[in-house]
Design a protein around this ligand. Structure first.
Ligand SMILES: [Fe+2]
Length: 190
């Protein structure tokens, strides 16, 4: 059983503790990856909900405690579904749906953009295989018709950029204030 997260301080603790783990096969931590994803969402003028989704999109990796060798061994932790389940008490579909669809969005982009597949890091290519590989045409059409598919594709692009070593960003507290403003219970941030 994986936990659900009821409050923003709980969320903060997950990132402060488990967030120090390396982001699967990359040279940065999970926390840095989360902050950079939110940073690139903010730079692109994304909505507060999408900035929040960007910040939290890989929370499932922290909850599942995924190890690098899991991907190498073909194990998919289904981190997008874990994050959505955990975050349901706190956020509505504008935050949860882009998170739910961000892995599918990678499979989608690989199918529709020739350059996209070639641009993936080796860790991302490896996880693509365990996530189902490149979408076929029927899957592409079905994905594109889903609500929040466009937001999920944008989130994917922020995710892909968010692998820079030593990039200065705003703090976790700053981004959690944005999350607080769009949370279902409009909680005070910390
Ligand atoms: Fe990510």
């Amino acid at each position: 059983m994986f936990p659900t997260i009821q409050t923003l301080p709980e969320l903060e603790r997950w990132y402060a503790n488990a967030g120090t783990q390396l982001y699967g096969g990359e040279a940065i931590s999970q926390l840095e990856h989360a902050l950079q994803s939110a940073h690139f969402a903010q730079l692109a003028g994304a909505s507060p909900s999408l900035i929040t989704a960007a910040l939290l999109h890989d929370l499932g990796h922290l909850l599942a405690n995924q190890q690098d060798h899991d991907v190498e061994q073909g194990i998919d932790d289904h981190h997008e579904a874990l994050a959505v389940t955990a975050l349901k008490p706190l956020f509505g579909p504008a935050v949860l749906m882009p998170i739910a669809l961000h892995v599918e969005a990678k499979r989608y982009l690989c199918a529709i953009e020739a350059d996209y597949l070639a641009s993936l890091s080796s860790a991302s290519l490896q996880s693509l295989q365990v996530q189902g590989g490149v979408m076929n045409q029927a899957e592409v059409a079905k994905f594109a018709a889903r609500p929040y598919a466009a937001d999920a594709v944008q989130l994917r692009r922020f995710d892909d950029q968010a692998k820079v070593v030593d990039l200065p960003t705003s703090s976790l507290t700053d981004y959690l204030s944005i999350a607080a403003a769009v949370s279902l219970t409009a909680q005070s941030p910390l």
